[in-house]
Design a protein around this ligand. Structure first.
Ligand code: AMP
Length: 188
């Protein structure tokens, strides 16, 4: 039931999105991760793809950044950062996050190698709130000074095991070193 999502602490704007997406009740990873993340804790979650992992981190991330009370005075700028190992995942996670943010003014941008820099730079210049990206392209955009991570408050490492296997460890460390230390971190 939708009220099961409400019990996890999600606000009406997200409950509405959940209803529009047709989710009826939280999955086990959502039951475990959402309250802890909403509470401001760092979380390590283990779940297979297809178990509702994306919503388990995206909903609390969006609410932490765009809760109804803080939304009005929100300035644009990257506040949520999701690191993923592949371009497919970047597109997929950004699309899912965008759907969950449909009743907020959050702008979500996927960035990945192979896509035109012009498009990504234009979007970043207009103002983006959540970036979902692969480590290599994120590094490029940081080096070119078009991606500013100094306002990031919530970081997700999605498929962190895969990122390690693919040799992204060093890049991930470099990226995280540009993010303020008082951030919240979720590792899946
Ligand atoms: P993920 O594990 O994040 O790749 O999600 C797999 C699929 O499950 C996606 O199509 C989601 O839209 C869907 N999904 C996520 N959470 C729920 C839920 N609580 N109830 C039904 N479907 C869900």
């Amino acid at each position: 039931m939708l009220s099961d999502f409400e019990k996890l602490g999600l606000e009406p704007q997200f409950l509405q999105a959940i209803e529009q997406l047709g989710f009826e009740k939280p999955t086990p990873i959502q039951l475990a991760a959402i309250p802890a993340l909403l509470d401001g804790r760092d979380v390590i979650g283990q779940a297979q793809t297809g178990t509702g992992k994306t919503a388990a981190f995206a909903l609390p991330m969006l609410q932490r950044i765009f809760s109804a009370s803080s939304e009005v005075e929100q300035a644009r700028g990257v506040k949520g950062l999701v690191l993923v190992p592949t371009r497919e995942l970047a597109m997929q996670v950004a699309a899912a996050t965008g759907e969950m943010a449909q009743n907020t003014r959050a702008r979500v941008l996927p960035v990945y190698g192979g896509q035109s820099y012009v498009i990504q730079k234009r979007a970043l210049a207009r103002g983006v709130d959540v970036v979902v990206g692969t480590p290599g392209r994120l590094m490029d955009l940081m080096r070119q000074k078009v991606l500013d991570l100094s306002q990031v408050r919530f970081v997700v490492l999605d498929e962190a095991d895969e990122m390690l296997d693919m040799g992204f460890m060093e890049d991930v460390e470099t990226i995280l070193s540009e993010v303020p230390g008082e951030r919240q971190t979720a590792l899946f």
